[in-house]
Write a protein that binds this ligand. Structure first.
Ligand code: PLP
Length: 403
């Protein structure tokens, strides 16, 4: 979108620069005062020079800001940076990750359309599909994430979207995104990937053939547990519809949160590398310990999709889950014995978190549904933060000693 000033001479030339440079500079426009565009524009509306100027901006004849539900310079800087990092034609920011998913379905689906969803997606995502979209006549079916033949067989003539999270939470299963995109496209459907666990630093689904990426920016994009937000990224053709929905319905991102996320993105790659290195070290260590029955982490050679993860991702992420001896009681004793790690189901924070999925995030599922999803009572999930890995290992050792 053009500015009132000649941005060309003031902005950095980002042609051909690397990911880390984009993460720091993309979307940063400078005003004639030399102010950086990632300064915060905390304003709900914008003042016009003349009545004619107002009319031209309202009609869209002249590009520019009108009202912050439509556009805001700080939010736009964050959107441009996310588009650059995901390799998308366009990105739009939303108030939360759930608002991103809501906006995709509201703008691209109608009553009578069918959506196929991987079974292991985020709990609120399933509630949104089950409790709300179904009420408005959108059909929803669930498919195991990893099996491509199952996806192919479940696509119907009215299937509009395939929706996946890869890697899955908490068991770190993957789907071959490039192969799934081909299956979707062959039958006229679009592939939507929730890229929250990897971020574009580790995985760029659009480059693998997906049509749309959604994010909860609340997690690693912020990276320090401060505020809520979301992103939708994709081709202009679809994003035009998403933008239209957001402007009208209003789950837009606050400029304050956009400013936090811009700062978060500047360290995204550094943080993700540190999260991955510590997660790998802890996963390898856990796998050796007496009392640990199984470790789920795609960076381990024992992971059945390790080769796919190496091909599809630039790192294996921060989330490690493991089964301990002693069932639910063992898992609770392990968790309660830790002294440093935070007991919370959140992730993507600089602070390491620990949770018991079968009694928290997956607690509302019936026991047989949980079993079908592979969530054992003995399963613990950690989302590895940025503390010293030796201290984290010592804390997990307290858990092991309590088994
Ligand atoms: C947290 C999360 C969401 C929802 O994001 P909010 O910002 O909490 O609305 C969606 N998908 C995944 C994978 C998540 O972890």
């Amino acid at each position: 979108m053009s500015q009132d000033w000649d941005a060309g001479r003031l902005d950095s030339d980002l042609e051909g620069v690397a990911f880390d440079t984009l993460a720091v500079r993309a979307g940063q426009h400078r005003t004639p005062e030399g102010e950086h565009g990632d300064a915060m524009f905390l304003t709900s509306s914008y003042v016009f020079r003349t009545a004619a100027d107002a009319a031209a901006r309202f009609s869209g004849e002249v590009a520019g800001n009108v009202y912050s539900r439509y556009t805001n310079p700080t939010v736009r800087a964050f959107e441009e940076r996310m588009a650059a990092l995901e390799g998308a034609e366009q990105a739009v920011a939303t108030a939360t990750g759930m608002a991103a998913i809501l906006s995709v379905v509201m703008s691209l689906c109608s009553a009578g359309d069918h959506i196929l969803v991987s079974r292991s997606v985020f709990g609120s995502t399933i509630s949104l599909f089950e409790k709300y979209f179904k009420r408005f006549g959108v059909q929803v079916d669930y498919v195991p994430l990893a099996e491509l033949a199952g996806w192919d067989a479940a696509i119907k003539p009215n299937t509009r979207l395939l929706f996946v999270e890869s890697p899955s939470n908490p068991l770190a299963e993957l789907v071959d995104i490039a192969a799934l995109a081909e299956i979707a496209h062959a039958k006229g459907a679009m592939l939507v990937v929730d890229n929250c666990f990897c971020t574009p630093a580790l995985q760029q689904p659009l480059k693998l053939g997906a049509d749309i990426v959604v994010h909860s920016a609340t997690k690693f994009i912020d990276g320090q547990g401060r505020c809520m937000g979301g992103v939708v990224a994709g081709r202009s053709e679809q994003m035009k519809e998403v933008v239209g929905f957001l402007r009208t319905a209003g789950p837009t991102l606050s400029p304050f949160n956009a400013w936090i996320f811009l700062k978060g993105l500047e360290t995204l790659n550094l943080r993700m590398r540190a999260h991955c290195a510590s997660a790998q070290a802890l996963a390898e260590w856990l796998e050796q310990q007496d009392g640990i029955e199984k470790v789920h982490y795609a960076g381990l050679k024992s992971h059945p999709q390790h080769a796919l993860a190496q091909r599809q991702q630039r790192g294996f992420g921060a989330v490690v889950s493991f089964e301990v001896r002693g069932g639910k009681e063992g898992a609770w004793r392990f968790i309660d014995a830790t002294r440093l790690i935070s007991i919370t189901a959140n992730l993507g924070d600089s602070k390491t978190t620990i949770t018991h999925p079968s009694t928290t995030s997956h607690g509302r599922l019936a026991p047989q549904e949980r079993a079908a999803a592979g969530i054992q009572d003995s399963l613990i999930r950690i989302a590895v933060g940025l503390e010293d890995v030796t201290d984290l290992q010592a804390d997990l050792a307290r858990g092991l000693a309590a088994l």
